[in-house]
Design a protein around this ligand. Sequence first.
Ligand code: GLU
Length: 425
Amino acid sequence: MILEAEKPALADEFNPLLSAEARLDNAAALLGLDDGMRKVMRVPAREVTVNIPVSLDDGRLEVFTGYRVQHSIARGPAKGGIRYAPDVTLDEVRALASWMTWKCAVTNVPFGGGKGGIICDPTLLSPGELERMTRRYTAQLYEFIGPEIDVPAPDVNTNEQTMAWIMDTYSMRAGHTQTAVVTGKPIDLGGSRGRAEATGRGCMVVTEQALRRFGLERGNARVVIQGFGNVGGMAAKLMERAGFNVIAIVEYDGAVYNDKGLDIRALAEHRQKTGSVVDFEGGENLGREEAFFLETDVLMPAARENVITSQNAHRIRAKILCEGANGPTTYLADPILREMGVFVIPDILANAGGVTVSYFEWVQDRMGYFWNEQLVNDRLEEIMINSFRDVVAYAEKHEVDNRTAAYMLALDRVAFAIKLRGIYA
Ligand code: GLU
């Protein structure tokens, strides 16, 4: 996708905060929001930076820097994932936190938005080191998180185990077990059925709604997915099972293609064994760019930010772009996609299934009563379909693209909450 040589020229475009701010400003202007309100929503309510000392296995002491940004608590506690990656920046976490606010507003989930990150390379850390880093990060954030304050969840390179450590550390500090402090936990520790699949399932549900607008159905829809992790891998599995034709999976080290549709379970086994999707016998190897820009009905970027930019957006040959990742498209690519007539299901709608089932998990923890998987999936589907319809109807009514519509809807709801509450002084 992005060639190394292009990176310096794209430095600004690559800052996700610029994309977040540009889209917010655009939506605020179209809504005619007053400037004060725009200013309030443009900045995070709270930012915490922590330096986390960790004893490494070899006896050395290392210090990692971590963040937790709470963009808004206007509609409820802050909510959002924590990611571990070497290239985490405060601006990235700020952008991601604001996207959580808009995501929860679009789906009408009663949370604000937050996000956390630690600058580290988790592949270089042992399980023990990861545990100590996670627990110390939690301890340093103790007074800033909590079921009523800010509820973390998994994100890039964090998982159920990470959430179990956070829950335990928080509970030990509190003196009693507090399962509702995080979501995305193991089911045996108060996690929700259906949470692990939720983001992928939500992507599938909205994709199907979009396909109908093109007179297409699952059985004749071709899908290209970038990323084979929690979002992309789950979406691929669920979509194949539901009858979609997943023709290509693009990963960081190559891509695999089969025009008749890939056998996702076999591919997952192959990756488990070899560490890569490349050289899978049920498909052929393809260059990453070649696969990403294949002619297809649905393209689903489901990895990290900045995959679709001003430099490559014109090469997309998909009818529908379903943004499984957060921020896969830069703001400078937006007008190109609009011009080309690509039907965009924006990230703050497309991947909102994860936080929606996180909300269900939080509710179940607080009720102390757990739902069966069918109930979780049915309620998720209802929220995703209604949110999709709200966004598309808004776009048509106001003659704007889907992303702009989603932002306008979200900003309007958050601004309304802020107005109702008034400014405490
Ligand atoms: N990390 C996920 C996201 O970006 C889930 C957040 C959550 O469940 O709180 O939406």
